[in-house]
Design a protein around this ligand. Structure first.
Ligand SMILES: [Mg+2]
Length: 398
């Protein structure tokens, strides 16, 4: 059995081109929710020197003829599901790694033909160009697809071909080896992927723990990281991020606290989880950060109980100054019913939140919400906020 890694080429831009052919062949940038940064760019825009994360005002200077489009994850997910459906027809074991990346098992006589046929079928059906790399392990397959981009299809088979690939790539090209880990490896003379594959696993384990050792075996062609057709259980659920324009207006700050709490509870309910602990992190424009946690008597996802915790944290943490970002982290997660009820459990009841959820399921997200969020009407008026990209596994940053 072999493993294929499929990765769409400049996916957000390609997805926009599916529904608007005018964009084909032109420099296109997709910008984030607040409209400040380029979060994806076409190859034409990349050629103009624009990188992911560049602020829009710099991008416009470098590429004034560029077309800048606000992100629409709802649409990107539609295209993503189309790709997933096709991939599932062709492989019995598929991992939905992120919105535009899949791993799958390949058990065919001619893997090169399989890679090309799958790539072409996705272009025909979903309308987006993808690159497919096939190799003995997923770590190798990812390196192969990176090499074959864009619109590539490559099955890399045989010891010589693998050796050549590994020798040509620096070790930080391996997913899971960040620049810092690469620096540590360099102290031991491990610079290329080939060096890592040939290094004594025990040494790699000492430098990078078992996670690094696993990668070492993967590069040698031993499958250690399996394809996971189901998502592993959450350890933490987080919601938050930038609050747009930094502000010292208490009403706006509190509105964001409530909005993000409602988003957090929504995510917990979606995953059927309760939290034993809630952490709040507040970041200020001048660089100060304040954070603290609250523990619940019994794990919960109830709005009233979590709101009490947030009020306590808010009073303790709020500093004078312009708030810039905030995050909630729900941890000590448990599935209700996975443990014995205790004395402190709040009895299940039809609380106001249940009614709210039923109304919103019927009429739209946040149609009914806390009045505290009235201080940020522009966020609710903007359709781009009606969707959570975090729910698409793997891509949590944008
Ligand atoms: Mg991609």
């Amino acid at each position: 059995m072999l493993i294929a890694h499929l990765d769409a080429d400049c996916f957000y831009v390609s997805a926009e081109r599916v529904r608007n052919s005018f964009l084909r062949g032109k420099p296109v940038g997709v910008i984030g929710n607040q409209g400040a940064c380029v979060i994806a760019k076409s190859y034409e825009m990349k050629a103009a020197g624009i990188g992911t994360g560049d602020p829009i005002w710099e991008a416009v200077k470098k590429c004034p003829e560029g077309i800048y489009i606000k992100r629409d994850f709802r649409w990107y997910e539609v295209v993503s599901r189309e790709m997933l459906a096709l991939v599932r027809e062709r492989s019995p074991l598929v991992e939905y790694y992120s919105i535009d990346e899949f791993f799958m098992s390949v058990d065919v006589a001619d893997p090169q033909a399989f890679a090309e046929a799958t790539r072409d079928a996705i272009l025909r059906r979903a309308g987006v160009p993808v690159t497919i790399g096939i190799a003995r392990t997923r770590t190798l397959a990812k390196l192969v697809s990176d090499l074959a981009k864009p619109f590539g299809a490559l099955a890399l088979i045989g010891a010589d071909a693998e050796k050549e690939l590994l020798k040509s790539r620096p070790v930080h090209d391996v997913t899971g080896i960040a620049k810092r880990s690469a620096a540590k490896l360099a102290e031991y003379g491990i610079r290329t992927c080939w060096d890592l594959a040939k290094a004594p696993p025990a040494l790699v384990r000492r430098i990078l723990t078992v996670v690094g050792e696993r990668l070492c075996y993967e590069l040698q062609g031993h499958r250690c990281v399996p394809i996971r057709p189901n998502r592993p259980p959450h350890k933490i659920i987080g919601r938050g991020g930038s609050i747009g324009q930094p502000t010292d207006d208490p009403a706006v700050q509190w509105a964001w606290a409530i909005r993000n709490l409602e988003r957090l509870i929504e995510a917990m309910e979606l995953n059927g989880l309760t939290a034993g602990r809630l952490t709040l992190i507040l970041e200020y424009k001048d660089g100060r950060v304040a954070s603290d946690s609250a523990t619940f008597m019994a794990p919960t996802c109830r709005y009233d109980l979590m709101l009490d915790a947030v009020r306590g944290l808010w009073t303790r943490l709020l500093l004078p100054g312009r708030l810039y970002r905030m995050h909630y982290l729900a941890s000590d997660l448990q599935y209700p019913g996975a443990r014995q009820l205790c004395l402190f459990d709040t009895p299940p009841k039809r609380d106001p939140r249940t009614v709210e959820r039923e109304i919103n399921e019927r009429f739209g997200r946040f149609m009914l919400r806390s009045a505290a969020t009235l201080a940020i009407p522009e966020i609710y008026a903007d359709d781009a906020h009606s969707y959570e990209i975090c729910d698409i596994q793997g891509k949590t940053c944008f």
